[in-house]
Ligand binder design. Structure first.
Ligand code: ISE
Length: 335
């Protein structure tokens, strides 16, 4: 029997997930969508033969919806995840789990009180074959003990509403989660270094680029450049340096074209084309594990840890200081 999914939010990522769930992922179908912009919501609903709801909470509580996907804008994630927990339904929430630490804490507490894991966070890089190769090399001891990570997260361009804070909480949050997962370590302290301002990044007040610096409890030092306006493409790089070698995230396989005395390779314009396999694997795994009544993907605890780290880094940027990342002990529930 197909898992009947309701999707809250029909923006770019919402529409991409709906298309994927309807055309690539097996064992499920999208039966309901909600979107504040009625014209967009109705058009998406009609395109996929789903029912349109203006109100996300009504969709969540509808008996025809078995499980929920939250792809609303970031500040609304918490309210829809909490409503799904209230309705005792599995919920896949796009990153970030919430924008505020207090909201993440409330989600974690509510989920634990219900006695069962119901929330998965969309940290899809954990499903990317390239990052999995990096993790495997580290775990097999191929590079010895990791000492440093050099990474960058460059977006081609940004929307007008992008802020310095969002640059960390919306883009940088992927890096915060993936490093914690790759290194199997927790953060000790952080700092944000501000290079010369990009001329392309026209939005007033947006500090771009930023360099997030993190130190883990085992003393691994991580630097990640976050850019919202690279000027040339969507570029994700990661190199882990150990005391016996290094391992680097592969670029997507793209043909090398040689002509007119030049050699060229395409660079992806955005996350949709850079990580399609990761999204496929992530959503198939979510559907399969929900149907098996036992989810195993990134948890609300992971979302909570990422939010604490991102929020502290935001404070570091404003204050120009190095700060301790204060995280609570992981409860057995999430181990
Ligand atoms: C976007 O929301 C994503 O999740 C992408 O993976 C990230 O690279 C981009 O910067 C975000 O805006």
């Amino acid at each position: 029997m197909d898992l009947k999914i309701g999707v809250v939010g029909c923006g770019a990522i919402g529409r991409d997930h709906i298309r994927r769930l309807m055309t690539k992922i097996t064992g499920c179908k999208v039966v309901a969508v909600s979107e504040l912009n009625e014209a967009v919501g109705k058009q998406v609903a009609e395109q996929w033969g789903a029912k349109y709801y203006k109100d996300g909470k009504e969709l969540i509580n509808s008996p025809e919806v078995d499980a929920v996907v939250v792809t609303a804008w970031d500040p609304a994630h918490a309210e829809f995840v909490l409503a799904s927990l209230e309705a005792k339904k599995y919920v896949f929430c796009e990153k970030p789990l919430a924008v505020e630490i207090a909201d993440c804490k409330e989600i974690v507490e509510k989920e634990m009180a219900g006695g069962k894991r119901l929330v998965q966070v969309g940290f899809m890089r954990r499903y990317d074959p390239g990052y999995n190769q990096v993790k495997k090399a580290i775990k097999e001891g191929k590079i010895g003990l990791p000492e440093m990570v050099h990474a960058c997260h460059r977006n081609l361009e940004h929307n007008d509403d992008m802020t310095s804070d969002m640059s960390i909480k919306n883009s940088g949050i992927h890096e915060i989660d993936i490093m914690r997962w790759l290194l199997e370590d927790e953060y000790e302290s952080g700092q944000v270094v501000l290079p010369r301002q990009s001329r392309i990044s026209a939005t007033q007040g947006l500090q771009d680029p930023q360099i997030m610096m993190l130190r883990t409890k085992q003393g691994i030092c991580i630097d990640v450049e976050i850019s919202q306006s690279s000027g040339y493409g969507y570029d994700i790089q990661c190199e882990v340096v150990g005391d016996e070698g290094t391992v680097r995230l592969p670029d997507p396989p793209e043909a090398i074209v040689k002509n007119s005395c030049t050699k060229t390779t395409a660079i992806m314009p955005g996350w949709q084309t850079r990580f399609p396999e990761a999204y496929d694997i992530e959503l198939q795994s979510w559907v399969d594990t929900v149907k098996a009544d036992h989810i195993t993907g990134p948890s609300s605890w992971d979302g909570y840890m990422a939010c604490i780290t991102a929020t502290t880094l935001g404070e570091c940027r404003v204050e120009g200081t190095i700060k301790k990342i204060e995280t609570p002990e992981m409860p057995d529930f999430y181990k």
